[in-house]
Design a binder for this molecule. Structure first.
Ligand SMILES: Cc1cc2nc3c(=O)[nH]c(=O)nc-3n(C[C@H](O)[C@H](O)[C@H](O)COP(=O)(O)O)c2cc1C
Length: 192
């Protein structure tokens, strides 16, 4: 079965991104195998390697970095869930991308952001960064602009009113996950 990772892009105390990730994972879980990857469980050191990971066949990553890379390599597709910090994605998520070599080559990524403009600039930032490590960002993205604290419970349940809203976040998420799975199937076939 198709394996999708949902990556929590914030490690901050009191973060909100984890709730958004849990909500997204529920939708993915109805359609594919899903695992939430929390960057708190992968304390990757800031990249300090002498050669770009993609161009270093003799690379010897730090143990925590290797654990992350080995995990990423096991998935067929991804949902990156990002906060917006200063019109950008988080440093911790950017670093988790910068350390990648070829583990995510030709694999699809769906983007889910939040912030006052739905994390639009964080998502734009990820659209620029991810092709650098060979990933393919799918055309749609989910810009969650409702206040997360009031919209999604700690368990990842979206408020009923938003769930029922025509063209609201639930419908957008469902459409986006379907698209991610379409690209996952197509790219799995093409990569063989
Ligand atoms: C350092 C910092 C910078 C921020 N910059 C922005 C920003 O540029 N645009 C925005 O919409 N929200 C910004 N915010 C608000 C965050 O979107 C909000 O705190 C959100 O909950 C962050 O996700 P997190 O709680 O999972 O860390 C910023 C928050 C922090 C902590």
């Amino acid at each position: 079965m198709t394996k999708i990772a949902v990556i929590v892009g914030s490690t901050r105390q009191g973060r909100q991104t984890d709730k958004l990730a849990k909500w997204a994972a529920q939708e993915v879980g109805m359609k594919a195998d899903v695992e939430v990857l929390d960057l708190r469980d992968y304390p990757i050191p800031f990249i300090d390697e002498p050669i770009s990971p993609r161009y270093n066949p003799d690379r010897k990553p730090e143990p925590e970095t290797k654990k992350w890379l080995d995990k990423i390599a096991t998935f067929d597709g991804f949902v990156f869930v990002t906060p917006e910090y200063n019109r950008s994605t988080s440093a911790v998520l950017k670093n988790a991308i910068d350390v990648m070599g070829h583990e995510i080559d030709d694999k699809p990524v769906a983007l889910v952001g939040h912030g006052s403009s739905g994390g639009a600039q964080a998502i734009a930032n990820l659209r620029m960064a991810l092709p650098g490590v060979g990933a393919i960002t799918i055309p749609q993205a989910l810009f969650f602009s409702d206040r997360l604290a009031d919209s999604i419970s700690d368990e990842g349940e979206l408020k009923q009113e938003l769930r029922d809203k025509p063209y609201g976040p639930q419908e957008q998420l469902s459409t986006q996950v379907d698209s991610l799975l379409w690209y996952t199937t197509a790219l799995n076939t093409a990569r063989v």
